[in-house]
Design a protein around this ligand. Structure first.
Ligand SMILES: [Zn+2]
Length: 407
């Protein structure tokens, strides 16, 4: 059993309780959260250190959507237009993946920890990131990704996918769980989606998919037209999309822990369906800014929870969640900065845990003890400002606790 104290304990429980001069008692899970004096009296045999001035403890951040296999990209890819970006990915893919060796990915994972992320939803296209993920103490929901829209390739692709999934599942542990990623409605044949989702439903695996990331995708799916037509003709000899957006969403009925990434072009009907499916939307604001000049309309989501993802370094210049949260604040400029900061940090903790189906994201009894600790540069006058001040002033954290262990 361990006890940590701080000037502010930001719990993200249902009431958004913040304890001034508080303490957390934990082992693998959180045992109790209370005021410093209360915990001191309750555990008299423990030597409990007084809270450090302006110190904060909060749940570790959850990056619900990241691609580590593209960690080698810095200046290779085109931004500003989704279609140009996609073509540049195809041109540079092999070289970038070759460069993203285990050592490079391991370095990025270390940076993730130092910048306060304790859990990731890692989309793995080839399992080239598996070794680095296994070596890191960070919590992983390792999403094995399936891709392929050509009907005559389904059997081969499905067999390859199953082998990769099985191999990853051998490593399932306290901090490593396996899930399924469908690349997107335009790139995976509905028959293949169905087969893969049958596995997810049988084995109760978390599932995620990119969905309506760009206007080009929307035009292709709805009208078999636009820039994707050229792409599909050239690369796959295909002139029609294999599915419509709503048909695609309907395939996911019965999946328990489900998330869709981007959704910037989703309309009312599609959002209603996402709500019906009890899914979370992975919001990757920087990626959308870089590739599409677009953003998710958060006001349209109503009750659909959204979580925060950095996407990969193929469409971001940082994998730090605090950098991403600052970008979120700036890009959604019409939102009140104080209130929206609270919403954002809740998205980066509570909603991230929901997207991945994990009992994390809250400093509350029986939740996993994933905690970060850091200090604010000065006092806070109004306690409701704390969420904003955390986002504005935190680059690195001092303490990282995962599953009750200091890392
Ligand atoms: Zn992505």
């Amino acid at each position: 059993m361990k006890i940590l104290t701080a000037s502010y304990i930001v719990t993200f429980d249902e009431d958004f309780t913040i304890l001034k001069d508080g303490a957390i008692v934990f082992d693998e899970k959180i045992i109790e959260v209370g005021s410093f004096d209360y915990i001191k009296n309750r555990y008299p045999k423990f030597e409990i250190i007084s809270p450090k001035i302006n110190s904060v403890l909060m749940p570790g951040l959850i990056n619900s959507h990241i691609h580590l296999e593209f960690s080698a990209n810095k200046t290779s890819l085109k931004y500003g237009n989704f279609y140009l970006w996609l073509n540049s990915v195809i041109r540079h893919r092999e070289k970038l993946i070759e460069k993203a060796k285990t050592s490079l990915i391991s370095q990025e994972l270390k940076k993730l920890l130092k910048t306060g992320t304790t859990t990731i939803g890692a989309i793995s296209s080839y399992s080239f990131d598996l070794e680095a993920c296994l070596k890191s103490p960070i919590n992983k929901l390792f999403f094995c990704e399936v891709i392929g829209s050509k009907a005559d390739m389904i059997d081969t692709l499905f067999a390859d996918f199953k082998a990769r999934l099985k191999d990853a599942q051998k490593h399932n542990s306290k901090n490593f769980q396996t899930g399924i990623a469908i690349h997107s409605p335009y790139s995976v044949h509905p028959f293949l989606v169905r087969e893969v989702l049958n596995i997810a439903k049988e084995e109760k695996l978390a599932v995620t998919s990119h969905f309506l990331e760009s206007k080009d995708e929307k035009e292709w799916l709805n009208k078999d037209d636009g820039s994707f037509l050229e792409f599909f003709k050239n690369f796959l000899n295909q002139e029609k999309a294999t599915t419509k957006p709503l048909e695609f969403l309907n395939l996911f009925k019965g999946v328990k822990n489900l998330s869709f990434t981007h959704c910037v072009e989703a309309d009312f009907k599609e959002l209603t369906k996402i709500k019906e499916l009890n899914a979370t939307i992975n919001h990757c604001v920087t990626s959308n800014r870089f590739l599409n000049n677009s953003r998710l309309n958060i006001s349209d989501l109503e009750e659909i929870p959204f979580s925060i993802g950095t996407d990969g370094l193929s469409s971001n210049n940082s994998l730090s969640m605090f950098d991403e949260l600052r970008a979120c604040l700036n890009i959604h400029y019409e939102k009140n900065i104080v209130k929206f900061s609270k919403t954002l940090l809740n998205s980066a903790t509570v909603n991230g845990a929901k997207a991945l189906g994990l009992k994390k994201g809250r400093l509350e009894k029986d939740f996993d003890a994933d905690i970060i600790g850091f200090s604010l540069p000065d006092k806070i006058e109004d306690i409701e400002d704390i969420y904003m001040q955390i986002i504005l002033h935190t680059k690195y954290v001092d303490d990282i606790i995962i599953g009750g262990e200091f890392v």
